[in-house]
Design a protein around this ligand. Structure first.
Ligand code: ATP
Ligand code: MG
Length: 345
């Protein structure tokens, strides 16, 4: 059976949105709107897998929503909502907890990184995070998932869960009239372009992240032009000028990162950036990169600020989006209950 093509993705309300979130995820979300029906979610249930202050969380949820809209997501044509308003995500996640194997989850590197040394003290939710993510995607039977490179492993797990569900329940699925005994699609990651893994400005081997304590490590979507220029000026680099050849970036993670950021912002390839700037010192390239960042980000920052002043509008977007998402999710959940053999009224 061919599944209807549909895009789903999410961003956690865990703090300041940064350039990695924009280039790795949100910019792609915007571009995919022309070709697909899209569902974009503020994944607040994922956020609480680590501690969130109840007085701060609502603001963070609204800020991610504002960023989606400010970056160009159209919440009328597509769906924008926060996860906790559609209970079916958590409900399907429970079914998937019974499908996924401990051995599968034990391999997840994000849990290892986020739990750190004190693993015994990590929440059960942090461990089960990938099964909730699979539910987010599959409750809409979405076929395409734009994410940064760091989420590739979780997407693979979602595919494994979809496949095992289809296998385990194949007779029941067929009996319910789903062609080929396939109920869930295998969701495809969309991880493309020159900035699928934006690195920290202080350490070219670590990903840029909301949860990194040093603010100097990232460009926030709320940073003003002076802050952007200062952070880029201070960004770690090596003493060599930019190479002419992309191959030479492989051993130079910091240079590679800045070139990748430039390429993604300018919508050109890294090779093209090196054609334009190869041979330049960082003292010349960094100001060019700052100017490009400011040109691309300042309209977004301004619109985010305007939207953050109108929480009533943001809440109405989330209410409308979750109403429309819930209809789709409820339909899947009914079928899942029938397939699994749970009695419903
Ligand atoms: P946290 O540290 O709380 O996990 P995060 O910065 O990783 O925050 P998420 O909300 O987990 O942000 O991820 C949202 C999207 O942004 C995902 O698709 C993720 O792959 C992408 N993303 C996150 N960091 C980067 C990065 N450095 N480069 C490219 N994409 C990224
Ligand atoms: Mg993350």
């Amino acid at each position: 059976m061919a599944f209807k093509e549909k895009v789903f993705s999410g961003v956690q309300p865990t703090g300041n949105l940064h350039l990695g979130n924009y280039l790795g995820a949100i910019k792609k979300f915007v571009e995919l709107q022309d070709r697909y029906d899209c569902i974009y979610c503020v994944v607040d249930l994922h956020a609480i897998t680590v501690w969130q202050e109840p007085t701060e969380l609502p603001k963070a949820i609204r800020e991610v929503t504002a960023a989606f809209i400010a970056c160009g997501i159209d919440p009328k044509t597509h769906i924008v909502f926060n996860q906790s308003q559609v209970a079916e995500h958590a409900e399907l996640a429970w079914v998937f907890n019974c499908i996924a194997r401990l051995g599968w989850l034990n391999r997840m590197t994000q849990f290892k990184e986020k739990a750190g040394k004190d693993r015994e003290n990590a929440s059960v939710g942090l461990y089960a995070y990938p099964t909730l993510m699979a539910a987010d995607i599959l409750v809409y039977r979405a076929t395409h998932v734009p994410v940064g490179e760091d989420q590739k492993q979780h997407l693979e797990l979602s595919r494994d869960i979809a496949q095992k569900f289809n296998n385990d329940f194949s007779d029941s699925i067929r009996a319910r009239g789903f062609n080929d005994g396939l109920f869930f699609p295998q969701p495809e990651p969309i991880i493309q372009g020159p900035a699928t893994r934006v690195m920290s400005l202080r350490d070219g081997t670590k990903k840029m992240s909301k949860s990194e304590p040093s603010d100097q490590s990232r460009i926030n979507l709320t940073d003003d032009p002076d802050a952007i220029a200062l952070k880029i000026r201070r960004a770690k680099t090596d003493p060599e000028p930019l190479p002419h050849d992309e191959k030479a970036l492989e051993a130079r993670p910091e240079a590679d990162n800045l070139v990748g950021i430039y390429a993604a912002l300018a919508n050109i390839s890294k090779a093209e950036v090196l054609r334009q700037h190869g041979g330049a010192q960082f003292s010349a390239f960094k100001p060019a990169l700052s100017d490009l960042l400011v040109a691309k980000l300042s309209p977004i920052t301004a619109e985010m600020r305007r939207l953050n002043g109108d929480p009533g509008y943001i809440d109405s977007v989330l209410a409308d989006g979750s109403d429309r998402a819930r209809v789709l999710a409820a339909e899947t959940m009914k079928a899942v209950k029938d397939i699994v053999g749970l009695v419903r009224r």
